[in-house]
Design a protein around this ligand. Structure first.
Ligand code: A2P
Length: 316
């Protein structure tokens, strides 16, 4: 997919024609009280893309930070890329526009640049009952997403956590093709098959957990300590985090690293103007692969996905 350089940052062109900054600040697990400050630091440092979601329960604090940045003239709305996501309880077609309105109100915006279906299943009740999960409705949820695109309130629409099969199913009937599939991807979970499916169909592949989410203890990830990453980092005089992000950019994917720390927010932006040479890049193929965010919580004997195999269609 076409790419372009704006102020030293690579942008990727989506199938809508819009250009999306290849690095966005992740906000999952960004604590209330810290996330607004992180957004301000990031935008002042040169980030032009913030990845949000209703589930993260911090969109209102991000909205306050964005308003301040606009009011102070630090950045214009049209120069920022804001993504948000439809939560699993909001998949009923009549709930989809209501959910986006709530997000827009919290973010204090008139539109989002990208709105994603967060997971490929509907949780019909908000409680913990896994038997209330359903998946057969994705075509009608997608129609409601298409209506948001038509209205201009979501300038691009896409999905998140869709396997190759689920993405291909959607592509087979969608009037408006998804612009993006946002999924877990880092050197320890490279997703070669899904990347190829995205590329073949003009769907932009976007990476969450691009550092392998080292702070999420229940995921037990230590990809930044992997000997291949530390070796490449040492050879290039970069940090393992920068190497993981640069690997993603060189694969043609956008990367969404989360941090609330100023030094790391800035470090993670310094991934342009240099590259991992071929002889080191090919070493990444030797890294053992394991999905970290396996999402056992969406698997249940009475739900649409009775095993992780079914949820991820074998890509696990
Ligand atoms: P913190 O917010 O304290 O900086 P991911 O984006 O893959 O989910 O990873 C996010 C986690 O990685 C957070 O715990 C974040 O912690 C940490 N982190 C962010 N940037 C870096 C970096 N450059 N090196 C190491 N850890 C980082």
């Amino acid at each position: 997919m076409a790419e372009e350089n704006v102020n030293g940052v690579v942008y990727f062109e989506l199938n809508t024609g819009a250009k999306m900054p290849s690095i966005g600040l992740g906000t999952w697990q960004s604590e209330p009280g810290l996330v607004g400050n992180a957004v301000e630091i990031a935008v002042k440092a040169g980030y032009r893309h913030i990845d949000c979601a209703r589930l993260y329960e911090n969109e209102n604090e991000i909205g306050v930070a964005l308003k301040k940045l606009f009011d102070e003239g630090v950045v214009k709305r049209e120069d920022l890329w804001i993504t948000s996501k439809l939560w699993n309880t909001d998949h009923a077609p009549e709930d989809v526009p209501v959910a986006l309105e709530k997000t827009l109100k919290d973010l204090q915006l008139d539109y989002v640049d990208l709105y994603l279906i967060h997971w490929p299943l509907w949780k019909k009740t908000a409680g913990a009952d896994p038997g209330s999960l359903s998946a057969s409705h994705i075509p009608s949820t997608w129609k409601a997403m298409e209506a948001l695109y038509d209205s201009g309130k979501a300038r691009a629409i896409g999905v998140s956590n869709f396997s190759s099969k689920k993405l291909e199913d959607l592509l087979s009937y969608a009037r408006i093709h998804p612009a993006v599939d946002q999924v877990e991807c880092h050197p320890g979970w490279q997703q070669a098959k899904l990347r190829a499916v995205c590329q073949a169909n003009g769907v932009h592949f976007s990476a969450y957990s691009p550092l392998g989410s080292p702070g999420t203890t229940w995921m037990n990830s230590n990809i930044l300590k992997h000997p291949i990453l530390t070796m490449v980092a040492e050879k290039l005089g970069k940090s393992p985090g920068q190497v993981a992000l640069r690997w993603g950019i060189q694969n043609g994917q956008s990367v969404l690293p989360k941090s609330t720390k100023e030094a790391r927010i800035k470090e993670n932006l310094d991934i342009f103007g240099w590259s991992i040479p071929d002889d080191l890049f090919c070493k990444f193929s030797e890294i053992e692969q394991r999905r970290q965010l396996r999402a056992e919580f969406l698997v249940h004997e009475n739900g649409p996905y009775k095993s992780l195999e079914e949820l991820w269609d074998g890509e696990v």
